[in-house]
Design a protein. Structure first.
Length: 118
């Protein structure tokens, strides 16, 4: 059974940093894209950033220059480093993974809450 488990969320002041981790189990995702999405209060889920199987990264405009997605293949883990956090970054952050050689996300974690206070 495939599982994605996020960790690292919490409460941080504006301007601070957090690093989210997502550990995958049940299969390897070395040939998949892995990424992060978020859903803020009263908003729809939105794309934050991803890293493909070949190492390319893509980010939402809101994340560019502040957030970094990285992966550790040996640990089957993806990370989201978030710097210069803003109150509008407050959301539940979800880790996701695609099937092989696709950027269609099929596997999802349960989410971790990030709250940025002003």
């Amino acid at each position: 059974q495939v599982q994605l488990e996020e960790s690292g969320g919490g409460l941080v002041q504006a301007g601070g940093s957090l690093r989210l981790s997502c550990a995958a189990s049940g299969r390897t995702f070395s040939n998949s894209a892995m990424g992060w999405f978020r859903q803020g209060p009263g908003k729809e889920r939105e794309f934050v950033g991803e890293m493909t199987w070949s190492g390319f990264t893509y980010y939402a405009d809101s994340a560019k220059g502040r957030f970094t997605v990285s992966r550790d293949g040996a640990k089957n883990t993806v990370y989201l480093q978030m710097n210069s956090l803003k109150p509008e970054d407050t959301a539940v952050y979800y880790c996701a993974a695609s099937v092989s050689y696709s950027r269609t996300y099929t596997f999802w974690g349960q989410g971790t809450q990030v709250t940025v206070s002003s």
